[in-house]
Design a binder for this molecule. Structure first.
Ligand code: MN
Ligand code: MN
Ligand code: MN
Length: 198
């Protein structure tokens, strides 16, 4: 299970403010390209799951992720997550030829084909996300700027096993620095599907 605190920042100004405040603790910047896949008969999405292929900084790294149903309550998101690293150059070929992904020799794909009974896959498209990583009070904070056709989303995320405590810490810190935020109510993928930032 992945548990993360998800706070939505009010605007680009809030995002810039957080980036400025955390600059000394920056641990990396990644331009992520996310592509999503489903079975030809929506075998995954009908069970609230999705297969994501993510590239980091062009072809520096590629990760295939099976995400289970996400539950987002008061800025805390919980979902099952299974991940596998892929060769990025090879993984690129799945974008134009998604059916080829089902034939991938990997434990994760074996699980997907058997658990969801898919024999082919379709690519649903996707979106880019600029993620900045920071070390903060013993946590790894992710500052996201997500680019959709219909707008840009700004979020602060952090994986944790103690979400309530961490959420409180983050909220106190944001309030102390006058950064507007609200609890995220949904996932980036759901926004992509619904074509709305809300
Ligand atoms: Mn994760
Ligand atoms: Mn996340
Ligand atoms: Mn995450």
């Amino acid at each position: 299970m992945e548990i993360e605190v998800k706070l939505r920042l009010g605007d680009a100004g809030g995002h810039a403010r957080v980036a400025e405040l955390l600059a000394p603790q920056c641990a990396g910047t990644f331009l992520q390209e996310n592509f999503f896949f489903d079975g030809a008969s929506a075998e995954l999405s009908s069970r609230m799951s999705v297969l994501r292929l993510r590239f980091f900084n062009q072809n520096e790294r590629a990760v295939l992720t099976l995400k289970g149903k996400s539950v987002v309550v008061d800025g805390i998101a919980t979902a099952s997550e299974n991940e596998e690293d892929l060769n990025a150059d090879f993984a690129r070929t799945f974008i134009s030829d998604p059916a080829k992904l089902v034939t991938l020799e990997s434990n994760l794909m074996k699980y997907v084909t058997s658990a969801f009974e898919v024999d082919t896959l379709v690519c649903l498209g996707g979106f880019r996300n600029k993620r900045m990583l920071y070390n903060w009070n013993g946590h790894k904070i992710e500052l996201d700027e997500t680019f959709y056709d219909f707008g840009t989303l700004y979020e602060l995320e952090c994986e944790t096993e103690r979400p309530e405590e961490l959420k409180k810490e983050l909220e106190d810190w944001l309030q102390q620095h006058d950064v507007q935020y609200q609890y995220s109510t949904t996932t980036k993928f759901a926004r992509f599907v619904n074509k709305t930032l809300d």
